[in-house]
Design a protein around this ligand. Structure first.
Ligand SMILES: [Zn+2]
Length: 345
């Protein structure tokens, strides 16, 4: 009896694993279809196509590789396309087990659209709505014959725009962390904090509830939009408590206190990537941001960066290593490395 029970349990676990693998495969394939179509329809140059696809492929291969169950790169392509992919995209194929992605696939897509429309919000939102529709309204039937969104694992539902109003300038965008699943999400936040985001943002994210908030210069505004799958439109959305207390800027819509549970980790929200991009691209804002100590004295940028290095970098290195080690990832002895695309030949 016991043996029979164990056998049944083993079979149902295998079935569930297979189901999870199918979802990741379907998500990756759908995402790549949408991204390639976007590049074609916007007449991207050969160089742009090559640069962007390398980054998207690498991020998707990495995600498939560390996923449980694991999904291999070739599973994301039809059999007849594989030889060509192998010849053209050697770098992402060689490095998805050794190098880390600096952005989620969705964030790379947002970056492309932002550049294409030169930061113009109305056009960016419209284009994203069109692509989200293809990503999210693309369903498949699971083994219980229920409809599941194909891009379950890779699309972000919230994007955020930050800028300086009056004069209206310095547009920057960001997406929420799209990887579903606790470990990939945790990993992406840790990688971003250690290697990608502006360190002032990383410091605040690491301080969690005990952070005192980053004070931005007067005039910096944040607008976030949540995608509504029932009408395929973005709707302005107020910040969550974490963002409201972490980033001292003018939010529109304004923060509203609710009793809703906010169970996402610090650093998960679109505001984080957007404000980090704002700092990256604007030296004046970058040099003006600061926080406060417990006596309400100003702590300047240089001090925050030093504190981040002293108090958080080692811990983050360890966290990333311990998350990756059981997931077949090879870590270079000299340190963690980010993937950078090869030059266009
Ligand atoms: Zn938030």
């Amino acid at each position: 009896m016991e043996a029979e029970k164990r056998q049944r349990k083993k079979m149902s676990m295998a079935k569930h694993k297979n189901y999870l693998r199918q979802i990741i495969k379907a998500s990756g394939t759908a995402f790549l279809d949408v991204f390639q179509k976007l590049l074609e329809e916007t007449n991207a140059t050969k160089d742009e196509v090559f640069q962007y696809l390398q980054r998207v492929y690498h991020a998707i291969f990495f995600f498939g590789h560390i996923n449980n169950p694991q999904v291999n790169p070739r599973d994301f392509f039809p059999a007849n396309a594989w030889n060509n992919i192998q010849d053209t995209f050697q770098k992402p194929l060689a490095e998805y087990k050794t190098h880390l992605p600096s952005q989620t696939p969705y964030s790379i897509l947002l970056e492309y659209i932002t550049e294409f429309y030169d930061g113009k919000k109305e056009s960016i939102l419209e284009e994203l709505e069109k692509r989200n529709k293809e990503l999210l309204v693309n369903f498949y039937k699971d083994e219980k014959n229920q409809l599941q969104p194909k891009n379950f694992a890779l699309s972000a539902t919230v994007i955020s725009h930050s800028c300086v109003s009056n004069p209206y300038s310095a547009n920057a965008y960001g997406a929420s962390i799209a990887y579903k699943g606790t470990v990939p999400r945790q990993l992406m936040i840790a990688i971003s904090a250690l290697l990608v985001w502006d360190k002032v943002i990383s410091y605040e994210v690491r301080c969690k509830e005990s952070g005192r908030g980053i004070q931005f210069p007067h005039g910096v505004c944040g607008y976030s939009y949540k995608f509504n799958t029932s009408n395929n439109k973005y709707k302005p959305t107020p910040p969550c408590t974490k963002c409201y207390t972490s980033y001292i800027i003018k939010f529109d819509p304004k923060f509203v206190k609710t009793n809703k549970q906010e169970d996402w980790p610090h650093g998960n929200c679109a505001e984080t990537e957007s404000l980090s991009n704002l700092l990256r691209h604007n030296e004046n804002i970058r040099n003006a941001v600061h926080t406060y100590d417990d006596n309400n004295e100003i702590v300047d940028r240089a001090t925050i960066i030093k504190r981040f290095a002293d108090e958080h970098e080692d811990e983050l290195q360890k966290e990333i290593r311990s998350l990756l080690e059981p997931r077949r990832f090879y870590i270079n002895q000299n340190g963690l490395e980010l993937f950078t695309p090869a030059a266009f030949a």
